[in-house]
Ligand binder design. Structure first.
Ligand code: ZN
Length: 161
């Protein structure tokens, strides 16, 4: 059976949402601060894909520093703010020590989504800001990897203030 859907997989921290010291920066209302040009870029690029997913390592869940519910609430909020571009999301709550198959650079999250949503990985794209993102995309057979700074047209490298 050949899979048919083209997916846009997008990393969260440092790609969609501003992070500092590996944590999502939140505003006074507790909402994540989205990176520059995210809304305009997704409005332009999202129609080129059939489905779109946030794919995020969230090791702070394993360390008890944040709940999975809170992380999911942030994804839901971002989806509402951006006009509903996301078909869904996957997060890995584990740390390196857990040896799971989902923590990027492992390909598990991409493979799960591909199976569930009939995604043609070779025709799909991953946008991320780290080598773990790039390596996970490669391991999963995602056809295209784009650095977040190029996708969103940032002038400076990731890790802005
Ligand atoms: Zn995991």
């Amino acid at each position: 059976m050949s899979r048919s859907q083209r997916a846009l997989f997008i990393d969260w921290g440092g790609t969609l949402a501003l992070t500092r010291h590996n944590r999502t920066v939140v505003d006074e209302a507790g909402h994540p601060v989205l990176m520059d040009n995210v809304a305009a870029t997704l409005a332009r690029e999202r129609p080129r894909f059939d489905v779109c997913f946030i794919v995020s390592n969230q090791a702070r869940i394993s360390r008890g520093e944040i709940s999975e519910t809170e992380v999911t609430k942030r994804f839901v909020w971002a989806n509402e703010q951006l006009g509903g571009p996301f078909t869904g999301w996957r997060l890995c709550p584990h740390t390196d020590a857990d040896g799971c198959d989902c923590r990027k650079p492992k390909p598990g999250m991409f493979r799960d989504l591909a199976r569930l949503y009939d995604v043609a990985l070779s025709a799909s794209t991953h946008v991320g800001d780290s080598e773990k993102d790039r390596d996970a995309a490669m391991a999963a057979g995602v056809g295209t990897f784009v650095w977040a700074r190029d996708f969103f047209g940032w002038d400076s490298a990731p890790g802005r203030p």
